[in-house]
Write a protein that binds this ligand. Structure first.
Ligand code: IPM
Ligand code: MN
Length: 354
């Protein structure tokens, strides 16, 4: 198959973890006879530095032409403590999500048997956890009207959802549940918020189209608690943009390392794949960051982006082997640690052996 991938390394550790994923994808392509054409684009703080725009039109064009987008990370500390900055790297990410209509953000949480001791939570609580969040990504309070009063003393952000925006996300949630354990949890704040009541109503209406799916409705504050108390009770969770942002960071702790979790943002025409960790500027350029989340995002790209399941499973299997054999970066190492590029090399070489 000919695969055209837009490659957006972005900021911080983005470029170094992306390079490892590229190596791994190229090994897969060689092994399964695919041809991958990579086209690189600027995004984030590096894009602001080079062209003054965190998501330049050229990058949008590259993404639109591609079959999938592989993305590293965004963010630079020089903007974090400057609330007056007019242009911010994160605007690039939000613009990309909106312009490409990447409305469904898929964030799985699962445990690796060899890593259950790395989690701050008890082994009995977390082992066997396997759930996935479906976070709405192009609406809600992230994109509502916001502003300040003339005297600067009042500020507001508005949360707005349209029925069709909710419907398309909820439909994906039901479909995903059908392919998994047929359990769906709608996470909202319907006891207070009108948008949440629209969500709940939409899910209730769609329930009859998916009679096999067992649906639960839970408030976001309760889910924040239950998620780390009984993570195994969940399968597919659907939620709005801001609730999903917060809960998926919380969920990432279950695994024991933020450096492991991949994600996908699905749109109508193209989809984006990225690690859930950020740009981690403290270690950028040191060749010590964990590349597994990005490599696993590439695995998701083969399955969800191209429908190539065997390729995807092989990457996941070799990643598991690397963990079992302790070929890991320092965040996971007990004694000997490997560098970012050594882990990437090991995985791409192992793929060729299979
Ligand atoms: C994420 C990030 C982004 C978000 C930021 C960088 C804008 O935290 O992808 O979860 O809030 O969506
Ligand atoms: Mn976030």
């Amino acid at each position: 198959m000919n695969l055209h991938v837009a490659l957006l390394p972005g900021d911080g550790i983005g470029p170094e973890v992306i390079s490892q994923a590229v190596k791994v994808c190229n090994s897969i392509a060689k092994k399964f006879n695919h041809k991958i054409v990579w086209e690189e684009g600027l995004i984030g703080a590096v894009a602001i530095d080079k062209v003054g725009d965190p998501f330049p039109p050229k990058t949008l064009e590259i993404c639109k032409k591609a079959d999938a987008i592989l993305f590293g990370a965004i963010g630079d500390p020089k903007y974090d403590n400057d609330p007056t900055a007019k242009v911010r790297p994160e605007q690039g990410l939000l613009k990309m999500r909106k312009e490409l209509s990447l409305f469904a953000n898929v964030r799985p949480t699962f445990t690796f048997p060899s890593l259950v001791d790395k989690s701050p939570l008890k082994k009995e609580i977390i082992s066997g956890t396997d759930f996935v969040f479906l976070r709405e990504l192009t609406g809600g309070i992230y994109f509502g009207k916001r502003g300040r009063s003339a005297d600067q003393n009042r500020a507001f952000d508005t949360c707005e959802y349209r029925r069709n925006e909710v419907q398309r996300l909820v439909k994906k949630g039901f479909e995903m549940a059908m392919n998994r354990s047929k359990k769906l949890c709608c996470v909202d704040k319907a006891n207070v918020l009108e948008t949440s009541r629209l969500w709940r109503e939409t899910v209730q209406q769609m329930e009859k189209d998916f009679p096999e799916v067992e649906v639960s409705y839970e408030f976001v504050d309760a889910v924040a608690m239950r998620l780390i108390q009984w993570p195994k009770q969940y399968d597919v969770l659907i939620t709005s943009n801001l609730f999903g942002d917060i809960l998926t960071d919380e969920a990432s702790v279950i695994t024991g390392s933020m450096g492991l979790m991949p994600s996908a943002s699905l749109g109508d025409s193209t989809s984006l794949f990225e690690p859930i960790h950020g740009s981690y500027p403290e270690v950028a350029g040191k060749n010590i960051a964990n590349p597994l989340a990005t490599i696993l995002s590439a695995a998701m790209m083969f399955k969800d982006g191209f429908g190539l399941e065997k390729e995807s499973s092989l990457i996941k299997k070799i990643v598991e082997n690397s963990l079992d054999q302790k070929v890991v970066t320092q965040d996971l190492a007990e004694t000997n640690s490997y560098t970012t590029s050594e882990v990437g090399d090991w995985i791409s070489n192992e793929i060729m052996k299979y």
